[in-house]
Design a protein around this ligand. Structure first.
Ligand SMILES: Cc1ncc(C[n+]2csc(CCOP(=O)(O)OP(=O)(O)O)c2C)c(N)n1
Ligand SMILES: CC(=O)[C@@H](O)[C@H](O)COP(=O)(O)O
Ligand SMILES: [Mg+2]
Length: 659
């Protein structure tokens, strides 16, 4: 085992980290650099090099990594607080395990920056979340050390369980599947499906709960309270190990009794702790809670976990934002942050002006006059603007944790009781609640309003977070209404209509960021707007924020004497009868859609035109492939939906005599 090398130099990782040295008289083969020397990172060429570091160097390394995290994220934006909180844990994992043979699985994956720095991506770390740069989430195509895709919460236990079983089936008893799961991610039901399946298996699965008492905002629910009680209990692994060590040193009966102790957790637990943990009841060995910033404790508990060769659950307690005062003070604000000034901590971009903020504020205004309105979020109260509602109406505000499926069904049940539930949710996170929309909301005609935030491309979060698929899957839910406002005022109109005119499932989808409006806002409505200047044979159709790109491009073409008519959809599903009739009256129709090419509205209109015997040309511009991280503007250009791309499209239409 690779670990043997470490035992030759300074005993076990834990003893090395503890600075004890396996035996004082052994030669300590530390790296050939002085312990006070800086730039340790530059001397680490692989995770293995970590194993030869002295305890002092490990501490210095963690400080160096923290500085790099703060420096880099202040320039690129990203997930700072979560990464600051997992520096020691990541260093300890790479010192005790052997990545990539041992597989690390990061839940959500937003805390993987230290892992990336330590696995060959130091030189490229400044490209974090940039176009053609390294991703802010694990990507197997980026490194063999990234064992699985992540970005959405609560998947890591299931993934690591599958990997551990694969190892067992291949006869690999030497390596481990190690999942790092946050306490927020543990509020997601999928985590328990994984625990339930994994607990009794005989494989090398290790689950590390990184408990920092935070989701994006303060963690919620019974689990948060349970973990709090665990944290206040006597540290299980410390006392358990201490008991074993004491017995091992007892000449006569020690070792044999220590072996009994280790195998009979109930003796240790009953003696040292009053009750089993839920994780042991799932069939795991439970170790912890352990100080997640104490390298000695971390390495000791990780080494202990390797001895069991059966599922082990390690409870680690960390501080979100550790090491950067503004992030420690306000971990929610520094969870995901834009570029910021390190000295002041002030972000470059204020979230104050955004569709999310406007949605949240409008809902508050409506709720002041309607006590039936309830607001529901799945751990995204800040991101969706519902924090305004939480402040005004705490009694009818529900943060259900990272539990979108529960949020939908819970909302349906609120509706069944005569309430008016509004669930604000990011489009990509809603994907996991598809059946709840169908089974619990739509079939019974429950009146639930969805505020679908981050609809469309989202920029630097990349493939896992784009809201490009909600249109396709919502169109398959009978009796659903979908609105795609192109500005704040239209969003307000759509919200009122969804609440008070529509029945069943009513959805309003809007993008990340703020509105940009060049078009005429005088005749806003919730159906559609036909902008027809001089009669032309060509009609461009769009909805949402792309309509403003279309409008600006058409103005540029008009200045060149080339004209086309425009059709702005506000209610995109079901399509109004008038929309089809208007389209039928043109020779050439182009539909620009910021939603997945298949199953969206542009495909639906094409079907309807075909059914009506449309004889003209019909072209659709919409994304088919996954879009990697980049700026939103760049992603718009890639999709052919930027003002410039649409202008070029119009020039082509004109060249072929269609505009
Ligand atoms: C299905 C899903 N819902 C919501 C999110 C948004 N999200 C990303 S990280 C996070 C909080 C995670 O908290 P925790 O697991 O405790 O990690 P920490 O940031 O505290 O280290 C949330 C809600 C997501 N990524 N996936
Ligand atoms: C990691 C995660 O899923 C969230 O933190 C997400 O990145 C937030 O996205 P916004 O920055 O659009 O709120
Ligand atoms: Mg957390």
């Amino acid at each position: 085992m690779k670990n043997n090398r470490r035992s030759e130099s300074c005993g076990t990782a834990a003893e090395c980290a503890a600075g004890k040295g396996a035996a004082e008289n052994k030669t300590m083969e530390y790296m050939k650099i002085s312990e006070t020397e800086e730039h340790l990172l530059e001397r680490l060429h692989s995770p293995d090099d970590l194993k030869a570091l002295s305890p002092e160097q490990c501490t210095a390394l963690c400080a160096e990594i923290r500085s790099l995290l703060i420096e880099t994220v202040s320039k690129t934006g990203g997930h700072l607080a979560s990464n600051l909180g997992s520096v020691e844990l990541t260093v300890a994992m790479h010192r005790v395990f052997d990545s990539p043979e041992d597989k690390f699985v990061w839940d959500v994956g937003h805390q993987c920056y230290t892992h990336k720095i330590l696995t060959g991506r130091l030189e490229r770390f400044s490209t974090l979340r940039q176009e053609n740069g390294i991703s802010g989430f694990p990507k197997p195509n980026e490194s063999e050390h990234d064992s699985f895709i992540s970005g959405h919460s609560s998947t890591a236990i299931s993934v690591a369980c599958g990997i551990a079983e694969g190892m067992r089936l291949h006869g690999d008893k030497e390596h481990f599947a190690v999942a790092v799961v946050g306490d927020g991610a543990m509020t997601g039901g999928l985590s328990y499906e994984g625990l339930n399946n994994a607990g009794k298996s005989r494989n090398n699965l290790i689950v590390i709960l990184n408990d920092n008492e935070m989701s994006i905002s303060k963690n919620v629910g019974a689990l948060a309270r349970y973990l709090s009680s665990m944290r206040s209990s006597e540290g299980y692994v410390r006392t358990k190990k201490a008991v074993e060590r004491r017995l091992n040193r007892t000449a006569v009966i020690g070792p044999s009794v220590a072996k009994v102790i280790k195998n009979s957790k109930s003796v240790v637990r009953d003696v040292l702790l009053q009750s089993a943990t839920i994780f042991e009841d799932f069939g795991f060995v439970y170790l912890g809670p352990v100080d997640g910033h104490n390298l000695v404790e971390l390495e000791e508990v990780l080494l202990a976990a390797k001895e069991y060769h059966r599922p082990v659950f390690i409870h680690v307690h960390t501080v979100k934002g550790k090491g950067y005062a503004p992030a420690e003070a306000k971990p929610s604000e520094y969870h995901g942050i834009s570029k910021f000034d390190i000295e002041t901590g002030n972000p470059e971009v204020s979230a104050a002006d955004s569709y999310s903020e406007m949605f949240g504020k409008e809902l508050v205004q409506l709720a002041k006059h309607d006590p039936r309105i309830c607001a529901v979020t799945a751990a995204m109260g800040g991101g969706t603007g519902l924090h305004h509602f939480a402040r005004e109406f705490p009694n009818r505000y529900y943060d259900v944790g990272i539990a979108e499926q529960h949020a939908v069904t819970f909302s349906a049940a609120l509706a069944s009781m005569g309430e008016l539930p509004v669930f604000a949710v990011y489009s990509s996170f809603l994907q996991r609640a598809y059946d709840q929309l169908m089974h619990d909301v739509a079939i019974g005609g429950m009146h639930v309003v969805l505020g679908i935030d981050r609809a469309g491309v989202v920029g630097e979060d990349g493939e896992t977070h784009h809201g490009l698929y909600d249109v396709s899957f919502l169109c398959t839910v009978p009796n659903t209404v979908i609105y795609a406002p192109a500005c704040y005022e239209e969003m307000r109109l759509c919200l009122r209509r969804a609440l008070y005119r529509d029945k069943g499932l009513a959805c309003i989808r809007y993008p990340r960021g703020s509105e940009k409006v060049s078009f005429d806002k005088t005749a806003l409505n919730t159906e559609y707007t036909h902008v027809s200047g001089r009669k032309t044979d060509t009609l461009y159709i769009s909805y949402g924020r792309v309509y403003d790109h279309l409008y600006r491009a058409s103005r540029r073409m008009a200045e060149e004497g080339v004209f086309c008519d425009l059709l702005k959809l506000t209610r995109i599903f079901p399509l109004a009868e008038g929309v089809v009739e208007i389209a039928m009256s043109y020779a050439h129709v182009v539909f620009l859609e910021e939603a997945y090419y298949y199953g969206g509205i542009s495909q639906l209109l094409g079907d309807l035109l075909l059914e009506r015997g449309f004889r003209g040309t019909y072209r659709r511009v919409a994304p088919k492939a996954y879009l990697p991280q980049a700026s939103t503007d760049s992603q718009m250009e890639t999709m052919g939906l930027s003002e410039h791309a649409i202008y070029q499209d119009m020039q082509q239409e004109a060249k072929h005599g269609k505009a």
